[in-house]
Design a protein around this ligand. Structure first.
Ligand code: IPE
Ligand code: IPE
Ligand code: MG
Length: 246
């Protein structure tokens, strides 16, 4: 792993192919400013814009953003409603940029249970960006890691695949993320240090980076410094340190 003497520079070959982010802390960001939680979500979408742009500029091939968990339905109705309205206006505003930047949009999660305007806007954006090749932006929406595994098992059983034929790849191929590499680096903002049911199968060997920064304050500089820290980690995948160096 090599970084030169610029503190925020990572050699392209040391960049993660796939970064996943738990964008947390919007509510606390707003509360600290005496604002409604919804204002935190609004500010958070500006960070999404900035980080997507930066990831694309750096050459990261897959970026997955935890946008709405299946558990988030338990939040107050007006907050949930606001989040989906925000999503619709975000898609409308960002679609031209996604096209210009050659970014493909994908959803990880159960689309069919989303409010109709959100579903329509998502389907439109997914279709429109389907042939884009520079980066895949996955939004984990109405997503549950355990639910995703249950869904995969059901699909495998429904196809009549026999137990002897099932291996780890069979499971991966039936997840929402089928065909994409596992995240190399998982970032969570806001100081919480847990997975919250996010990509349980895919994060088996990911490196984790936790920061106390609330998502609306997460900057390009901090993103780069997380990538730098990642580039200097030693991933062992069960081997000894000496084996990795050899
Ligand atoms: C993350 O911020 C955004 C979503 C879960 C949609 P939160 O809304 O969880 O913010 P905190 O954790 O309450 O500060
Ligand atoms: C995880 O954040 C979900 C998203 C960021 C969309 P939460 O704020 O919902 O997670 P918990 O409840 O603190 O674990
Ligand atoms: Mg939270």
């Amino acid at each position: 792993m090599s970084t030169d003497n610029r503190p925020d520079w990572v050699a392209p070959e040391d960049l993660p192919a796939h970064v996943s982010i738990i964008m947390d802390g919007n509510g606390r960001w707003a509360k600290a400013r005496g604002l409604e939680r919804t204002e935190g979500h609004r500010a958070g979408t500006e960070t999404v814009r900035t980080i997507v742009r930066e990831a694309r500029a750096l050459g990261i091939r897959h970026l997955t953003l935890y946008t709405f968990s299946s558990e988030n339905w338990a939040r107050p109705k007006h907050e949930v409603g606001f989040l989906f309205e925000l999503l619709v206006s975000f898609l409308k505003r960002e679609l031209p940029e996604l096209m210009e930047q050659n970014i493909r949009l994908q959803i990880l999660g159960e689309l069919k249970d989303l409010p109709l305007p959100a579903r329509t806007a998502l389907q439109h954006a997914i279709k429109k960006t389907a042939a884009n090749t520079a980066m895949t932006l996955n939004l984990a929406l109405n997503y549950s890691g355990r639910g995703e595994i249950v869904r995969a098992v059901k699909a495998i059983v429904a196809k009549g695949i026999s137990p002897d034929e099932i291996d780890e790849a069979t499971i991966s191929d039936h997840l929402y993320s089928a065909g994409q590499p596992d995240p190399d680096l998982m970032i969570r903002t806001s100081g919480e240090e847990r997975l919250s049911n996010f990509l349980l199968y895919q994060h088996a060997y990911s490196e984790f980076h936790f920061t106390t920064t609330y998502w609306p304050d997460f900057s390009v500089e901090e993103f780069r410094s997380a990538l730098c820290a990642y580039a200097n980690r030693e991933r062992r995948f069960g081997k000894t340190g000496d084996q990795i160096k050899a």
